[in-house]
Design a protein around this ligand. Structure first.
Ligand code: IMP
Ligand code: MG
Length: 171
């Protein structure tokens, strides 16, 4: 385990992301719906929404993606959906990592289908080298990873463990 981003680095970056989000997402007629993609984004989600200065609604969804181990297959399903209806609302999807881009593509399409006004994506980490879907980009990125390291901590698991580690480390 080698630390990639310390608690302090993460906290500082999230404060900056909060400012970026407040600047770039205009205030709408309805509250911004912040969507936590369970389970890896939980820590990032609670830290990030605390930096937002406006009224928001928060909501959670759980996905299953079929694949073996660390390989994502692109076949994604919602196993537990939102309580809020997103029609006519701005949505901020908050996820831990964008890798292949399948998850973000799926959620963006889903919320567009459900007539969200705008769909914004925030992720703690981006792995642009892992991209398998063209044109997928998060609007707000904590840190961009250079290669394709497998990381854990700060909500992200290594074989079901280490989610509680407060820093991000390379496995
Ligand atoms: P994708 O963009 O659909 O390939 O999926 C990204 C999802 O894969 C993330 O939300 C994570 O849950 C998971 N993931 C990708 N890389 C890592 C990693 O290095 N550590 C932990 N989870 C990862
Ligand atoms: Mg995830």
């Amino acid at each position: 385990m080698k630390t990639l981003y310390s608690k302090e680095q993460i906290a500082k970056r999230i404060k900056e992301l909060g400012v970026e989000i407040e600047k770039k997402i205009p205030l709408g007629d309805t509250p911004l719906i912040c969507v936590c993609v369970l389970r890896g984004a939980a820590m990032f989600f609670v830290d990030l929404v605390r930096e937002l200065k406006r009224d928001v609604k928060w909501d959670f969804l759980s996905l299953s993606s079929y694949g073996s181990g660390q390989v994502s297959s692109g076949k994604i399903e919602v196993v537990d959906g939102l309580r809020n209806s997103v029609g006519g609302c701005d949505v901020l999807v908050i996820d831990d990592i964008v890798d292949s881009g399948h998850t973000v593509e799926y959620l963006r399409d889903l919320f567009v289908q459900q007539k969200a006004k705008n769909v914004y994506i925030a992720c703690m980490l981006d792995k642009p080298k892992g991209r398998k879907v063209d044109g997928i980009k998060a609007d707000f990125v904590g840190f961009e990873l250079e290669g394709l390291p497998f990381v854990g901590g700060y909500g992200m698991d290594v074989d079901g463990l280490k989610r509680n580690v407060p820093e991000i480390f390379v496995v």
